[in-house]
Design a protein around this ligand. Structure first.
Ligand SMILES: C[S@@+](CC[C@H](N)C(=O)[O-])C[C@H]1O[C@@H](n2cnc3c(N)ncnc32)[C@H](O)[C@@H]1O
Length: 308
């Protein structure tokens, strides 16, 4: 990884090579190296944009949660379509925003001048200088950061933060919950979650959202604050704001159920195609069933690097 001031290197072709699996497009490099099993096609880019709008609503349109009066340098880990990084760059013209992702081709061609996008694998040690950023943001990397890498990933984030700088991490825990306890192991949504977690068990930690506080404490962060926000799968909540979030999230969830699990379930777990299709159809129907009051726990965590 380089700084925006260093010379631009030509992009290695291997990062742009893609393969098709059952109609979805994946980055060959990510699949070969078991970095990420999520599609990189325009369908997924659209879904990530929609999900960003769902999050904006759930977070009251706030992009940055810690109190940082003068945002000068920000790192976005796994920028995806660049939705968060672009918004931060546009709202803070005096801030340099740097995004890192393993796949360089999901973001729009036109990006703000104060945004620099780079290609790298976050499973490797960061090469940014120490004491460099006011904020490091990491959102939905559970399926990309290796299970064994999390502790050193958080330590790397701390190293590159300026003293007094902040980390902001957002992760969905894909184990579906029900607000009235009506979801059990017989439901397709539960089977979807457990099969997804099982498919990546030795490689990734899809439960990392529940461990963020422990990880931040272990790395020496202070002023840690963690919240669990229930992300409704459909418009079931009584509260109008949450109902609105659920209504927006419906389409995201329908798309997410398929896009997140297609490769892991059919290629890693070798689930037959018919069985996979049937599971997804049942899970989609349940996600839209308001009586189940289904939600994904969304973990939002911030922590501060001590001044000394
Ligand atoms: C689920 S998307 C989230 C994108 C964005 N953070 C957001 O919230 O919209 C995960 C992104 O992280 C990237 N990614 C996953 N593992 C990675 C890794 N080890 N190194 C770099 N990028 C990674 C993927 O290519 C993808 O763009």
């Amino acid at each position: 990884m380089t700084s925006p001031n260093s010379q631009t290197e030509e992009l290695d072709d291997k990062y742009l090579r893609t393969i098709f699996v059952q109609g979805r497009e994946y980055q060959q490099h990510s699949i070969d190296k078991q970095i990420s099993f999520e599609p990189v096609d325009s369908d997924e880019a659209e879904r990530l944009e929609l999900q960003h709008r769902v999050f904006s609503r759930a977070f009251d349109n706030r992009l940055v949660f810690p109190p940082i009066p003068d945002l000068r340098r920000v790192l976005d880990c796994g920028y995806g379509t660049g939705s968060w990084a672009i918004d931060v760059a546009e709202q803070n013209p005096n801030c340099e925003v740097i995004g890192v992702d393993i796949y360089p081709d999901m973001n729009p061609d036109d990006t703000p001048e104060n945004l620099w996008l780079q290609v790298d694998d976050l499973n490797r040690a960061f090469t940014f200088p120490s004491n460099n950023f006011d904020l490091v943001h990491s959102r939905l990397l559970a399926a990309g950061i290796n299970r064994a890498r999390w502790a050193s990933y958080i330590r790397d984030i701390k190293r590159v933060l300026k003293p007094g700088g902040w980390v902001q991490i957002v992760e969905i825990y894909f184990n579906v919950q029900s607000d009235n306890g009506s979801i059990n192991e017989g439901h397709a949504l539960r089977q979807w979650s457990s099969q997804l977690m099982r498919s990546m068990e030795g490689i990734k930690d899809l439960r990392v959202g529940t461990r963020l506080k422990t990880l931040l404490i272990a790395a020496g962060f202070t002023e840690i604050d963690i919240k669990m926000i229930p992300l409704p799968l459909s418009a079931w909540p009584d509260n109008p704001t949450s109902r609105g979030i659920g209504a927006m999230n419906g389409e995201n969830i329908t798309r997410l159920l398929a896009s997140l699990s297609l490769y892991p379930l059919t290629q890693l777990l070798h689930m037959p195609q018919m069985q996979y299709q049937e599971l997804i159809s049942r899970a989609e129907r349940e996600a839209g069933d308001k009586s189940l009051k289904a939600y994904f726990p969304l973990y939002v965590c911030i922590g501060r690097k001590p001044h000394h």
